[in-house]
Design a binder for this molecule. Structure first.
Ligand SMILES: *Cc1c(COP(=O)(O)O)cnc(C)c1O
Length: 370
């Protein structure tokens, strides 16, 4: 039996480091509700990301719902977004009483095609929710320009982009707000967790109150809220993992370089180019198999699976084809996203993936070529 290689493997501090971090909780008996660890992680993140405000959540999905709902966007308002993303992005929009309008992605880094946004704007458009997919940074300058010209809010799904920088600014700095996911599978994790990063001072108290049942204090409840607080054990994991973030990203970078050395320049294999002026977080390694490769994505995925290698069809299917939407959206409106979703595979990528394993994975892939 060959050794199995999962598509990802969670980053963790040493057992001793985590135990040391959580030790105080046995004295304080303060396990959640914005305790000392929560406050510490929040301020460490504000510093690390150079953003004025970070609000922490129990997961990234609720963080995205929270910020959309805190912006007082009119019910039924249209939100321009992309279908080439995780279910969460589209679901957060719909669950916030807003209507997703799907913009296609570009053919290079698979982020929102900014040349196609303006055609989708109507009098009902209220916001743009682009996705820094795979950690690729969207064309934030063009998106900002369009948003300002049309008076639209911009909320980035930055779930993939923690630790990435564009022109020396962290991915937290763009638009009106950015959502990060700190799920176990992401570059930086708090087991489960998430954050909203933003500049607007007036949102701080509102987001804090809303995630705590809408309660401003014990007797004043100005919002119909929910419970989305990050607990102390999550925050402690984040404090530990943050110490090792730069080292983890450096190891990911070496893994990606090894993949590129095997797979660049192969006929029918398309890789995302490195983005100019971006410091990458090396979150994912997507590979697109074009016709010229001779074996399609599903065949390569099956061949890897037979060797115990868990590659992932990420993102497939597109969110605008989900059964829950009962055919409300026309997938042919986003032809590039459709094509990429049918041809893309993300390969295993994590800090401790060995070079030998990368060699073996590439070997299996290259043997599929016809
Ligand atoms: C992981 C992810 C989310 C959701 O984050 P959770 O922390 O798992 O709730 C949202 N959007 C994208 C693109 C993601 O990859």
């Amino acid at each position: 039996m060959k050794k199995t290689i999962n598509v990802t493997r969670s980053s963790m501090p040493s057992y001793e480091e985590y135990c040391e971090e959580i030790k105080e909780l046995w004295d304080s008996r303060w396990l959640t509700n914005m305790g000392a660890k929560h406050q510490q992680l929040q301020s460490e993140l504000e510093k690390k990301l150079s953003v004025p405000h970070v609000t922490l959540y129990t997961n990234g999905h609720l963080a995205l719902e929270a910020v959309l709902q805190a912006m007082n966007l009119p019910a039924g308002g249209e939100v321009i977004t992309t279908p080439f993303t995780f279910a969460s992005t589209t679901h957060a929009i719909v669950r916030s009483g807003l209507t997703p309008v799907f913009c296609d992605v570009n053919d290079i880094d698979y982020t929102m095609d900014v040349t196609k946004i303006e055609k989708l704007i109507t009098p009902k458009t209220v916001a743009i929710v682009p996705v820094h997919v795979y950690g690729n940074i969207c064309d934030v300058d063009a998106i900002q320009q369009i948003a300002e010209a049309h008076g639209l809010k911009v909320v980035y799904d930055a779930a993939h982009a923690f630790g990435a920088f564009y022109r020396d600014q962290s991915a937290a700095c763009f638009g009106d707000a950015s959502m990060f996911s700190f799920h176990a599978t992401k570059v930086f994790n708090t087991i489960e967790g998430g954050a909203v990063c933003y500049h607007d001072d007036t949102l701080v108290k509102k987001l804090d109150d809303q995630k705590n049942f809408g309660m401003s204090n014990a007797e004043y409840i100005p919002y119909v809220g929910y419970n989305a607080k990050m607990n102390e054990f999550q925050a402690a994991m984040g404090i530990c993992n943050l110490r090792h973030l730069d080292a983890e990203i450096a190891k990911r970078k070496a893994v990606v370089a090894q993949y590129r050395s095997h797979l660049s320049g192969i006929k029918g294999i398309r890789l995302c180019p490195e983005q100019p002026e971006v410091i990458s977080n090396y979150a994912y390694f997507p590979v697109v198999f074009e016709e010229a490769f001779g074996a399609d994505r599903d065949a390569v995925c099956a061949a890897l699976g037979a060797e115990g290698v868990g590659a992932r069809k990420y993102f497939y299917p597109l969110t605008n084809t989900f059964d829950c939407f009962h055919g409300a959206y026309d997938v042919n409106q986003t032809p590039v996203a459709l094509q990429i979703s049918e041809r893309v595979l993300t390969l295993p990528l994590y800090a401790d993936l060995s070079m030998e394993d990368v060699d073996r994975i590439c070997d299996v892939i290259l043997r599929c070529q016809k």
